[in-house]
Design a protein around this ligand. Structure first.
Ligand code: FES
Length: 163
């Protein structure tokens, strides 16, 4: 008759091992999940409406503003409309880490309140934990000289500008 190389610890020992592994994982989760002093993340943002959204800005009006002007449309479709030296662009306000809504830009910096990810004014990551840039959306005029329309269903390259 063959005997196991080591005695079978039995179900009680297995339960202890599982308990120890579970306790270790829980401890690691608690230790790592706090986000470096940031509060636990609030529920993720509601997904922005998916499609064309009409803003209250016009191309001429926004191009007449200084570089770095930001229009906050988080209440309309969770995006920003921004004017820089080369034109106008729209960018999501949804953090690429876990989907929280980022804060309004302060200077040239955008910060997520959930875990502290930071982005520059073009959406590029400057600080994690997010590792992907903020997505840009297509911007058009509803009609010549009319209000700007941001299509949140149509992403574009981060270099795309309406000029
Ligand atoms: S959701 Fe985690 S940093 Fe924004």
């Amino acid at each position: 008759m063959l005997e196991p190389a080591t005695p079978d610890p039995g179900p009680a020992a297995m339960d202890r091992r599982c308990f120890c592994a579970s306790a270790l994982l829980t401890g690691l989760t608690l230790a790592c999940g706090g986000g470096g002093g940031y509060p636990a993340p609030p529920p993720t943002s509601a997904p922005p409406p998916n499609g064309p959204l009409t803003t209250s800005d016009t191309k001429a009006g926004l191009l007449a503003t200084p570089d770095g002007t930001v229009r906050d449309y988080r209440n309309l479709g969770n995006f920003f409309l921004i004017r820089d030296a080369t034109g106008i662009y729209a960018m999501t306000a949804v953090c690429t880490h876990m989907g929280c809504t980022v804060g309004a830009p302060v200077g040239a910096q955008i910060t997520c309140p959930c875990h502290g990810s930071q982005y520059d004014l073009n959406g590029g990551n400057t600080l994690g934990p997010a590792i992907h840039p903020l997505v840009h959306f297509q911007v058009t005029e509803a009609s010549a000289g009319g209000p700007l329309v941001v299509n949140t269903a149509q992403t574009v390259a981060a270099s795309t500008r309406l000029a």
